[in-house]
Design a protein around this ligand. Structure first.
Ligand code: SAH
Length: 575
């Protein structure tokens, strides 16, 4: 097996143009990205669509570490033979625990390499026009953690720090007052200039200045929240002179600067459904859902708060996970960075009123409200539009899906779902004379699904292709169909799922997922099938490591082989 490797990569202070070329190149080629808070989406967008993105940040204000979990993921993914980019804000070895990660990898004999990044310790002052060294007044600079100001057993030598020309404190928002007090207590002039730089190089960068004496009050007044960097020293005076430097980097890249443009069908698709994107978000904002999700909450307990149906609550939360707004750990859901910072009503940086107003202007979510209170209403109603949509997507995708199929020539193929004719011709083009069977249990309102007549013959088959399964099934049905399909696979046979709108968090474009989910959820049958959820369902059925690839028009292809132990003895041909 290919040997995996972990790259501990510095992502810089957030702006994609401040990545190193090496970081960008690794992102474009890696199999897995493990990232934290404070990574801008433009940076993540550099990774190829099929790369697995694992978010390991913790919600704002939480201090319990997920470090052990991170270590285990890095080692596990590398041992699967994958190239893993562990993306860290700033420089990997400037705070942020990159050193520990490297040690762990070394101890576990996992190949690794560290790629430096632009540290916020230097970039945040710079962004505010502050040169941390200056011929006139700063010949030394110290980079210090702000976490230790409160502890009496602090390892920091405050008397020595008080004598440094420039001091840069990271993680110093909370203890800003204590830091200033300690320095004054150790002899630093209370009139020494100080600046706090919040979210340097992000579009909402904010700088406040003062002196050691006043900085705490200024920071509080301005509602500065982490991440922010505190700079202290005479050189801070430069801010007034240089703050007006007109830098491109402060602007967020606009459409013309977009990194990897989406393929054309995706763009069309985006245009076709973009307007519906507001529903789920508007609904969540209106009921202040995100305010309750700073700590992990279970769907059931949230449903009780709101008087919702528990299953519907679960589906709505899953949809928000798929969109990259929430994360799920165990049974609990909690805010990701984006939601925590901008969607909560009680966050200092809240954009809730504006977003809600926008959403109201382009969407209504009464259906969703009804769904939340009454719960899923059973099966999809017979709907010619839905059937035609599934059919056209399957027709569009069949050649590409079949092209990616890996099948021994002596096998046979069963297609369950949409696109029969297109799949038949693609399969027989590629493997002339192969046995191909087709049944669509999802058409005509899914009567066959209800009666249990899903599989036309006992097989065994080398591949069962499920086309449009997630888009067409009601609650409880997906798992049952997967179970039946895996029962007719020959030894070594594979399940192949091609689905429209299967949200992965990164694919397809979020507003597509959002719109589609809103529509399907409102119909009372949608399941917010995230890739994660599909993966755990497949694993429960004895499939290991499903492989995912991005397909055009917002679809995703998943191929899964049964784990070795789960292959039924001597059933059918051995591959
Ligand atoms: N390895 C990182 C630092 C991690 S510690 C680096 O080299 O930049 C996290 C601290 O970095 C935050 O508390 C804050 O003090 C600082 N920080 C990170 N991003 C920042 C930004 N965009 N603007 C200002 N400070 C930032």
């Amino acid at each position: 097996m290919r040997r995996g490797k972990v790259y501990l990569v510095g992502a810089g202070p957030g702006h994609p143009e401040l990545l190193t070329l090496k970081a960008a190149q690794l992102l474009k080629t890696c199999d897995v990205v493990v990232y934290d808070r404070l990574i801008q989406e433009e940076v993540l967008a550099l990774a190829k669509p099929s790369a697995e993105r694992i978010y390991m940040g913790k919600p704002l204000g939480r201090h319990d570490s997920r470090q052990d979990e991170i270590h285990e993921i890095l080692v596990a993914k590398a041992r699967e033979g994958k190239t893993v980019v562990r993306l860290k804000g700033g420089d990997p070895f400037v705070f942020g625990r990159g050193g520990e990660e490297a040690e762990y990898l070394a101890e576990h004999d996992v190949p690794f390499e560290v790629i430096p990044g632009v540290s916020s310790a230097l970039a945040a002052p710079m962004s505010a026009g502050i040169a941390v060294t200056h011929r006139a007044n700063a010949s030394s600079v110290s980079i210090v953690t702000g976490h230790e100001a409160k502890e009496d057993a602090s390892r920091l030598d405050w008397a020595a720090l008080a004598k440094m020309d420039t001091l840069v404190f990271l993680m110093g928002v909370k203890n800003c007052g204590k830091i200033a007090a300690r320095l004054i207590q150790h002899g630093r002039d209370p009139q020494t200039p100080a600046a706090m730089v919040q979210m340097a190089f992000w579009h909402d960068e904010h700088v406040v200045t003062g002196t050691l004496q006043t900085i705490e009050a200024r920071v509080k007044e301005a509602g500065i929240a982490p991440p922010a960097t505190l700079v202290i020293g005479e050189t801070v005076r430069l801010h007034d002179k240089l703050k007006r430097s007109d830098r491109d980097l402060r602007r967020r890249p606009d459409e013309t600067h977009r990194f990897d443009p989406a393929p054309v069908p995706d763009q069309l698709f985006r245009i076709a459904v973009g307007g519906m994107g507001s529903e789920v978000l508007g609904f969540g904002l209106e009921c202040r859902l995100f305010d309750r999700l700073e700590d992990g909450r279970e769907a059931r307990s949230l449903a009780a708060d709101f008087g919702w149906d528990a299953q519907a609550a679960g589906e709505i939360l899953e949809s928000l996970v798929s969109l990259g707004l929430l994360e799920k750990s165990g049974d609990g859901y909690r805010n990701l960075e984006l939601a925590s910072r901008y969607l909560r009503a009680d966050s200092p940086q809240s954009l809730r009123p504006m977003l809600l107003e926008q959403a109201r202007q382009c969407a209504v979510w009464e259906d969703l409200q009804t769904y939340a209170t009454r719960g899923p209403g059973g099966h999809l109603p017979e709907d010619a539009c839905h059937a035609e949509a599934c059919e056209s997507l399957a027709r569009f995708a069949a050649p590409a899906v079949v092209d990616k199929l890996n099948l021994p020539e002596s096998s046979s193929v069963l297609l369950l779902g949409w696109g029969g004719a297109a799949y038949k011709s693609a399969v027989s083009n590629r493997w002339p004379g192969i046995r191909f069977e087709h049944h669509n249990p999802f058409e005509a309102g899914g009567a066959d699904l209800k009666s249990g007549a899903v599989i036309p013959s006992p097989g065994p088959y080398g591949a069962v292709i499920l086309s449009g399964l997630l888009a067409s099934c009601g609650p409880g049905e997906v798992r049952r169909v997967l179970e039946e399909a895996s029962g007719v696979l020959e030894a070594g046979g594979r399940l192949v799922l091609h689905d429209s709108f299967l949200p992965t968090g990164a694919l397809p474009p979020p507003e597509v997922v959002l719109g589609t989910l809103a529509r399907r959820t409102a119909r009372g049958s949608c399941r917010g099938w995230s890739l994660e959820r599909l993966r755990s369902t497949l694993e429960a059925l004895g499939f290991d490591h499903p492989v995912t690839s991005a397909m055009p028009a917002g679809a995703v292809l998943v191929q899964a082989l049964p784990a070795a132990r789960a292959v039924p003895a001597a059933a059918g041909r051995t591959v």
